[in-house]
Design a protein around this ligand. Structure first.
Ligand code: HEC
Length: 214
């Protein structure tokens, strides 16, 4: 016997121990005596690899049974409820940490370059410039660079105007359904950042509300 054939027979022995397959040629020993129209049946044993898996599932089921009823651990209802409670706490913590994202009363204007750039981009992309002009000097809509406001200055009022529109029939529609909440805050922040700039052809002052007061 060379090394190779030893390996093969070792492998074969291993497979045999896993399957306990009956040797070919000796089927007569395990042949059952039924005969179904010429079809006959061998009484093979259950393969050990399969039996081992089966016994493991039995052991696991007993383990879980004891753990859940005996020690009240690994109970799927409790695990589910714990997960839901933990998730709710995370949501509340996130809301508490980011109030401006959820409550209009807590909106804070962005001041960082990225959000202001986004606001500027939206001012063009969402057609605001058509009525307010690209330098916010005003044409159909009022000048947005002076500190006189028809509907109120400050981030909350400006956000509110963009969200709900101006006075009926004036031409400033509600943008709530077409511009996301965050984008409306970005737009309001951009408008605020343009306060006090000098447009090329500023539209005369409109509105009684002064913001910011300087
Ligand atoms: C069709 C023209 C038009 C477009 C487009 C338009 N606006 Fe207006 N906007 C107006 C008019 C007109 C008013 C004045 C409303 C009033 O008198 O009630 C106004 C008012 C405003 C005000 C309040 C100004 C104040 O003095 O209180 C803000 C802020 C504003 N617009 C922002 C925007 C933004 C942001 C966009 C783009 C999403 C936009 N507008 C698009 C016409 C327009």
């Amino acid at each position: 016997m060379n090394k190779n054939s030893e390996k093969i027979s070792g492998w074969k022995r291993f497979m045999k121990s896993l399957t306990k397959a009956h040797d070919l040629g000796t089927e007569e020993d395990i042949m059952l005596d039924h005969d179904y129209d010429g079809i006959r049946e061998l009484d093979n044993v259950l393969p050990p690899w399969w039996l081992a898996g089966f016994y493991i599932t039995i052991a696991m089921s007993i383990f879980y049974l004891v753990m859940s009823f005996g020690f009240n651990k690994y109970n799927q209802y409790d695990e589910f409820n714990d997960d839901v409670t933990a998730a709710k706490e995370e949501i509340e913590a996130y809301k508490a940490a980011n109030p401006q994202l959820f409550d209009d009363a807590n909106i804070v204007a962005f001041t960082d370059a990225e959000n202001l750039a986004k606001g500027k981009e939206l001012f063009t992309a969402k057609t605001c410039f058509i009525c307010h002009l690209a330098d916010l000097g005003g044409s159909i809509g009022p000048n947005l660079t002076d500190n006189h406001w028809i509907l109120g200055g400050g981030v909350k009022s400006i956000f509110n105007t963009i969200t709900n529109g101006g006075r009926p029939g004036k031409g400033m529609i509600s943008w709530e359904s077409t511009i996301t909440r965050e984008e409306r805050i970005q737009l309001a922040s951009y408008i605020i950042s343009m306060q006090g700039t000098t447009p090329e052809v500023p539209k005369p002052i409109e509105g009684e509300v002064i913001w910011p007061e300087k």
